[in-house]
Write a protein that binds this ligand. Structure first.
Ligand code: ADP
Ligand code: MG
Length: 681
């Protein structure tokens, strides 16, 4: 057997177990190395019976002197009581439903038990401890506890890990000696050995440090490579200095805020210079990012180029499209739309016009990155709500032009420290001001007992001509969790309760046409209450809606709650966000408290980061970053810094990571970013 062999070559791993392991990312024997323990049990210290403390989790060795079975053998209530003694005293070990255990425990034999001790009236007990025969291998020391999935037991995982560990000598070292020495790292074999079976705290610490360093190094190499790929062709487009974006701005129904004007000036400077633009615009929900995109697109088109804007959802793309048609029509600029749900014929027509240049601006979903989407002369690429796209999707879009300028817009305020990591050397603009006349959204938290009052309030607002969103965490009862309301249930309930008022349901599994129709009717004020799941989270703009009621608010993350709240308060009317929750979870409570006490997206983002940790904050799906197993971008900022410096050095020396001494490094980096072909090959 060797490390590259499939796991099925281990005896006892059949196709069923192999499938489960595969879903955990384990396909070869080597992959076992990278499934790190989620916890460790300290089984180093063997206690005597008379040293056991009530409530402690302890390891004891003793001889079985008595076995008593209680209850009928056919009943589930059967118990097995075993008296275990050592030279200092005796303890009772209890097993419920002991069918498989009875015969594993032999009279007069010695076993090592590991479990929680309870002492009642002087009687020492252990309920359902783990046990092994005294003298067995690998039972004492610091024992790894692995994450599992259904179909695999802890002891199986431990056994396979042990088998894999036997091949550790074969594992190749991805780092050069110079890097290892310079950064005081242990070698990879040592790191893998001790992350699984540490001798003590110090060996575990050294192992973790090394593995965290590796993860961050591969991450940085990957991110730098992606960036270099885009930036390699330094000379960008010089957009026409004589284009008067003022003309467009004057046609807008409002005056731009100071912050918008500042950001636009930054963008115009980038666009007019010959250096390619790579700019991130961060602006809270409602800060007016769309107008900024429009002005940049205007500049691009009037300079003779095409522009493209990609949005993460169809609804949002559609809304941008409609808004653009409205604004650009008066300037003789044509706007096209592209999404996966269009008919082949519609798509074909759009693509044809795009290729011949009779569409100036194309708006759409990630359908835009398909290879058959060909522009005549693409000069500006904008992605809205960037954190939803993979790092690579943006680049695929950019490759459709000749070094187009790139603008990335995000409504999730990213704490500056992290933005720098995530976006490397991108320039960052912040819209730190909301358009005038926006009232603070009044946010209130209530328990479910407050629901009736909330409904009465909604009714009142609707009678005054307004509209409401009601959001639930799940679509239907089938996914049902205890005490969690589904959108469907809620919809049925509200339809009854508000009988003469038009209530509709919207969720992500509906057909696109249906969703569009409902959104349009809500926009036109035909629907008064829109019950939905988080599909409305991103970017939807209905200024007449003034209430956002969120059910089971404890089930949403802070960023999500903030996004949802941003759906109201978009017009001239006072708006409200009502958070109904039942959770007793302190983190959930703190999230809700944060929502009630601030509306500043940056404060919320910092808080979110603090509560969730960056692992989740940067969850792969949200931010397009690969999953990190051990590294924490904030906690390990210092290691990150060193890894970053090393990554830079490596790439300077070997831009394509093609030197033979880097072969293993390259493989690891590619693996971290999985399917994405990040390194320019
Ligand atoms: P977001 O930054 O969340 O994408 P939008 O661009 O959708 O925000 O803008 C939110 C709302 O504010 C829209 O209705 C838009 O027309 C309006 N708006 C944008 N800029 C201004 C401004 N300077 N003054 C008044 N309203 C504005
Ligand atoms: Mg927006």
């Amino acid at each position: 057997m060797n490390l590259n062999d499939p796991i099925s070559s281990i005896k006892g791993i059949g196709s069923k177990k192999a499938d489960v392991l595969k879903s955990m990312g384990i396909e070869t024997i080597e992959d076992f190395f990278y499934v790190y323990p989620r916890d460790y049990q300290d089984r180093r210290e063997l206690k005597k019976v008379n040293e056991l403390l009530d409530g402690s989790v302890s390891l004891v060795k003793g001889k079985i002197v008595l076995k008593v079975k209680n209850g009928s053998p056919y009943s589930r209530k059967q118990t097995l009581k075993v008296l275990v003694t050592d030279e200092t005293g005796g303890m009772e070990v209890v097993f419920f439903n002991p069918k498989f255990i009875v015969n594993r425990l032999e009279m007069d034999a010695e076993y090592v038990f590991y479990g929680r001790v309870s002492i009642e009236f002087g009687k020492i007990k252990m309920i359902h401890p783990e046990f092994v025969k005294s003298g067995a291998n690998n039972t004492q020391g610091i024992i790894p506890i692995y994450p599992l999935k259904a179909g695999i037991s802890q002891s199986e995982m431990q056994k396979w890990q042990h088998i894999a560990a036997g091949l550790l000598e074969e594992l190749k070292e991805p780092l050069t000696k110079a890097i290892i020495d310079k950064n005081n790292l242990c070698d990879i074999q040592y790191a893998i050995r001790h992350i699984h079976r540490p001798q003590d705290k110090n060996t575990l610490k050294a192992a973790k440090y090394r593995l965290i360093f590796d993860e961050l190094l591969f991450l940085q190499i990957g991110l730098f490579s992606i960036k270099n790929k885009v930036l390699s062709n330094q000379a960008g487009i010089c957009f026409d200095k004589n284009v008067q974006e003022k003309i467009f701005m004057e046609q807008l129904p409002y005056t731009l805020t100071g912050a918008q004007q500042r950001v636009i000036a930054e963008i115009m400077r980038d666009m007019e210079s010959e250096k390619g633009m790579n700019r991130l615009v961060q602006g809270d929900v409602g800060s007016g990012k769309t107008a900024i995109a429009e002005i940049a697109l205007y500049k691009a088109v009037k300079s003779g180029f095409q522009g493209v804007m990609m949005a993460p959802t169809e609804l949002l793309a559609k809304q941008h499209f409609e808004g653009f048609v409205h604004e650009f029509d008066k300037h003789g600029i044509t706007v096209g739309f592209l999404s996966g749900s269009m008919s082949a014929k519609e798509k074909h027509q759009t693509l044809e016009k795009l290729a011949e240049g009779s569409i100036d601006i194309l708006v759409g979903t990630h359908a835009l990155i398909q290879p058959n989407v060909v522009f005549k002369n693409l000069g500006l690429v904008i992605t809205d709500e960037q954190h939803r796209f993979g790092v690579n999707q943006r680049n695929l879009l950019a490759e459709k032009g000749q070094t187009p300028d790139i603008l990335i817009m995000t409504a999730t305020p990213i704490p500056r420290t992290l933005a720098v990591i995530l976006y490397g050397d991108l320039d960052i603009s912040v819209i730190d001001e909301l358009p005038p006349g926006r009232q603070q959204i009044i946010t209130r938290a209530a328990e479910s007992s407050g629901r009736e009052k909330a409904y009465a309030f909604i009714r009142n607002e609707i009678e005054n001509g307004r509209q409401a969103y009601v959001v639930a965490p799940l679509i239907s009862e089938s996914e049902s969790l205890e005490n969690v309301i589904s959108a469907e249930e809620l919809y049925q309930e509200l339809k009854k309760k508000f009988n003469t008022i038009e209530v509709s349901l919207l969720h992500g599994e509906m057909k696109q046409a249906e969703k569009d129709e409902i959104m349009t009717r809500f926009y036109n004020n035909e629907i008064k209450i829109l019950v939905s799941t988080v599909v409305i989270e991103v970017g939807i703009n209905v200024p007449n809606a003034t209430i956002m009621l969120i059910e089971n608010a404890e089930r949403f993350g802070l960023a999500q709650l903030h996004q949802l709240r941003g759906r109201v308060g978009r017009g001239k009317h006072q708006s409200y966000c009502l958070l109904i929750s039942n959770g007793k979870n302190p983190i959930a409570k703190e999230r809700i408290h944060t929502m009630v006490s601030t509306s500043d997206g940056f404060i919320i983002a910092e808080k979110d980061l603090e509560l969730r940790g960056p692992g989740e904050f940067f969850g792969t799906k949200q931010h397009g970053l690969p999953d990190l197993k051990l590294a924490d971008l904030v906690k390990h900022a210092k290691i990150l810094h060193r890894a970053r410096e090393e990554a830079k050095t490596i790439l300077e020396e070997d831009p394509q990571i093609s030197l033979s001494e880097h072969a293993c490094l390259r493989e690891k980096t590619l693996k971290l970013f999985s399917e994405e072909s990040i390194l320019s090959i």
